[in-house]
Design a protein around this ligand. Structure first.
Ligand code: PHE
Length: 450
């Protein structure tokens, strides 16, 4: 017998869970290094514009599909497109993206827990520069038992929440994890801002240098806005499908976007003052958190404790995102195949762990195994972030704007909502029909061929 479909127990539960999906490694690991590499405040400005003109309207479109159909991505597209095989395949692409993203996201997430453990063990207590931290990182990440062990632990953590379902598992977890995460970030921001010399970092974040902006900045910012809001693969669609039709959707979406943006900005506020206070350069790329930060904590008062808090923060942020990724897959199998949630959770967990092994070993035993010059890990990230997600985003906008159509979408949008001025609805229509698909297509083409 089919299980009865679960729903969010409260509006705030939905908002925290969706914000939890959005807030992840994208905000705390990727955003600061992108800001660092692309000119500080100028990048932030372009990023905010992208969030407003593409992120917000597409998020609204994606959640609306789920809320209207009350089904997993494949089921939702099937229902709203009248069984069109093309659109069903678009839903399927989301499930595929869920598998691919989880396979490598779990590895970085596992490292974060590993770094909590290593910080407690004192592994970083006597290092003084990024080169030494880099060596430790190299040693740890290339050790198969270390990487695979923490990857397995992370998959188990995600499974243990998915296992309990939407309102008992995901919602309860989000209600605990999100406030803890926000508290941690505030503690770290205050620590960063009270270091001597922090002003330089603050100025870097506030004073835009427009000469640093070019077409590439825009493409990077749009891609980041997209990944950060968990768009294009059905995670938000699935979360929307557990939402009742009497919630004011545009208002909730707004709150999710604001929370996600605030956390990215706070992550910047936590990094740059601390980095400049230590006289380090911000352009460190993806290695920023694993190479630059561990020694940096040694030179600030009570740094050891803050180091533990920092990696715990990252792990928690990653966890609320992996939960949403795994729920996309779980929702699909429980609804379409009549298998119990518990069985599916176990099977999907094992499968994702196995799928992640080649990516995990990309930093050690399999580091020489490359295709198109990329390791397995890089290939998975490229395939998901640069192909599946943007393509999903383009298709979701086209679906709502043209296939399902605004005449049908808007009344569903207004279910449970206050009166919204027609002008706002018209703006949403223009953004979904034209602006989003065109702009995301630029990013897509650039990332593939640029
Ligand atoms: N938004 C998450 C982050 O910023 C990543 C993510 C992408 C999660 C897609 C779910 C779906 O880390």
């Amino acid at each position: 017998m089919k299980e009865i479909r679960d729903q969010w127990g409260s509006k705030i539960g939905f908002i925290l869970a969706a914000a939890g999906s959005a807030v992840g490694l994208g905000n705390i690991w990727k955003f600061p290094y992108m800001v660092g590499e692309n000119g500080g405040a100028a990048f932030i400005l372009v990023y905010l514009i992208c969030v407003v003109i593409v992120g917000l309207p597409v998020l609204l479109a994606e959640i609306l599909i789920g809320r209207t159909a009350q089904k997993n991505p494949i089921g939702s597209f099937r229902e709203l497109s009248n069984q069109s095989p093309f659109w069903i395949a678009v839903g399927g692409m989301g499930i595929l993206a869920g598998f691919v993203i989880l396979s490598y996201y779990n590895i970085i997430a596992g490292w974060c827990i590993g770094y909590v453990v290593e910080s407690i063990k004192g592994t970083f207590s006597s290092i003084s520069n990024p080169a030494q931290a880099g060596e430790i990182f190299q040693q740890l990440s290339s050790s198969a038992p270390w990487t695979l062990g923490f990857q397995a632990l992370f998959v188990l953590l995600t499974m243990s929440i998915i296992y309990f379902g939407v309102s008992y598992g995901i919602e309860k977890a989000a209600k605990v994890l999100m406030p803890v995460l926000i508290t941690f970030i505030f503690i770290l921001v205050i620590r960063g801002l009270t270091l001597p010399g922090a002003e330089t970092g603050l100025i870097y974040l506030i004073k835009p240098d427009f000469s640093a902006i070019d077409g590439k900045t825009f493409l990077m910012a749009l891609g980041q806005a997209f990944f950060s809001l968990s768009l294009g693969m059905g995670a938000m669609l699935t979360y929307g499908s557990y939402l009742s039709k009497d919630e004011d959707l545009p208002k909730s979406i707004f709150q999710i976007v604001i929370l996600n943006t605030k956390i990215s900005l706070l992550a910047g506020l936590m990094f740059f003052p601390a980095i400049f206070a230590q006289g380090l350069e911000p352009q460190q790329g993806p290695a920023l958190i694993f190479n630059v930060l561990p020694p940096l904590f040694n030179s600030i008062p009570a740094g050891g404790i803050f180091r533990v808090i920092f990696f715990l923060l990252l792990a928690l942020a990653a966890l609320t995102s992996t939960i949403s990724l795994m729920e996309v897959i779980t929702a699909y199998f429980t609804e379409e195949y009549d298998i119990s949630r518990r069985k599916i959770t176990t099977l999907v967990g094992i499968f994702i762990f196995l799928l992640g092994i080649p990516s995990a070993l990309s930093f050690g035993a399999l580091s020489d195994l490359t295709l198109f010059g990329k390791t397995f890990f890089e290939l998975s990230d490229f395939f998901a972030s640069n192909i599946l997600l943007p393509l999903g985003g383009i298709l979701i906008s086209i679906f709502v704007g043209w296939k399902w159509g605004m005449e049908k979408a808007v009344p569903h949008l207004l279910d449970g909502a206050n009166e919204y001025p027609t002008i706002l609805l018209n703006i949403w229509e223009i953004l979904v029909k034209f602006v989003a698909p065109v702009l995301i297509s630029f990013v897509f083409i650039y990332k593939l061929f640029g």
